[in-house]
Design a protein around this ligand. Structure first.
Ligand SMILES: *[C@@H]1O[C@H](CO)[C@@H](O)[C@H](O)[C@H]1NC(C)=O
Ligand SMILES: *[C@@H]1O[C@H](CO)[C@@H](O)[C@H](O)[C@H]1NC(C)=O
Ligand SMILES: *[C@@H]1O[C@H](CO)[C@@H](O)[C@H](O)[C@H]1NC(C)=O
Length: 290
């Protein structure tokens, strides 16, 4: 093994263990983007396909975890995955959207607005394929409640605990453990089966509220991402409730978290479609009028 290769392997191993905020695991991102697919206009779908890198084989879902692998190549992108708060169950853009050095707009909400604006502007200098891949990832992330968790514990990353018998932390439980457990318990270890169940809920169980997911309220920003972060910050407070470092989380917590996780994946998927439809086919009437 060449020295450079060895170094890369070591770095990759360190990255895999790094406690820094991760994101929905690859399953969560894949599911979010699969749901998006079903809500794209044909115009937006064609534009998205055009921008995808060849390794995606024409599948948006294939690129939705890409941003997590860029944290070492693009170190600056690391703080764009989350927006932690002081812990008041609320998110405020002015107060909370900055990195640890205080640079404004450097958080997941700022990033969603940044890449939406870049894609909407044909003269933007940013790489369009990368902008799409970052956008698709961050709309997923902002829906993961612990990505709008508390600053003090790095969005639950420092709350070490057990998920059943395995070592984990609260952030990771919400990124991955709940999803992989559910795939195993209810969906034959198959992402597509779980996606179908979530899609069925969107058209049946949640059909009356689904239009509200697309609404922005009075917000006049480029996207409604601030609203999504507020929702996550509120859900994060429930996620922290009754959990302490060293705990073992089991069925009770699992069944409390799973419906929230499934709904957030659904909302992330629908909303990413709304944003992409707005960018690529000018279908933004809903965003502006509701
Ligand atoms: C969140 O903060 C905003 C002000 O930034 C306030 O208007 C809103 O009521 C708060 N929401 C909750 C749930 O506390
Ligand atoms: C906006 O996107 C550019 C290009 O990827 C990046 O350099 C910059 O850090 C981004 N800023 C935010 C706040 O997302
Ligand atoms: C479907 O919705 C019901 C009711 O909200 C919920 O209990 C269930 O977990 C959801 N299932 C999926 C796959 O989203």
């Amino acid at each position: 093994m060449g020295l450079l290769l060895l170094l890369q392997v070591l770095l990759a191993a360190a990255a895999a263990r790094a406690p820094g905020a991760q994101a929905w695991g690859k399953e969560g991102h894949y599911m979010t983007c699969k749901i998006t697919d079903g809500f794209l206009t044909s115009e937006a779908s064609a534009a998205v396909k055009e921008l995808l890198p060849s390794w995606a084989n024409g599948e948006l879902a294939e690129v939705c975890a890409w941003a997590d692998k860029q944290r070492f190549r693009y170190r600056w992108s690391s703080p764009l995955h989350f927006a932690d708060t002081p812990g008041d169950c609320n998110f405020s853009y002015a107060r909370d959207c900055h990195d640890t050095k205080g640079n404004k707009d450097v958080c997941v909400v700022g990033a969603i607005n940044n890449y939406t604006a870049a894609l909407e502007d044909p003269s933007s200098p940013y790489d369009r394929t990368e902008s799409l891949m970052f956008l698709a990832h961050f709309v997923g992330d902002v829906h993961q409640p612990l990505h709008c968790g508390h600053v003090d514990d790095l969005g639950g990353n420092t709350i070490k605990l057990r998920w059943y018998r395995r070592k984990s932390n609260l952030h990771h439980v919400w990124d991955s453990d709940v999803i992989t457990q559910a795939m195993k318990d209810f969906y034959n270890r198959d992402q597509d089966t779980m996606i179908e169940a979530i899609q069925r809920n969107i058209t049946e169980e949640w059909s009356s509220e689904e239009k509200q997911w697309e609404a922005c309220g009075s917000q006049t920003k480029i996207t409604c991402a601030e609203k999504y972060a507020k929702e996550s910050a509120l859900l994060a407070c429930d996620a922290y409730e009754g959990v302490e470092e060293g705990d073992t989380l089991r069925d009770e917590y699992y069944f409390r978290a799973l419906p929230v996780v499934e709904k957030r994946i659904a909302q992330g998927g629908v909303r990413l479609a709304v944003i992409l439809n707005q960018i690529f086919s000018g279908k933004n009437s809903r965003l502006q009028s509701m």
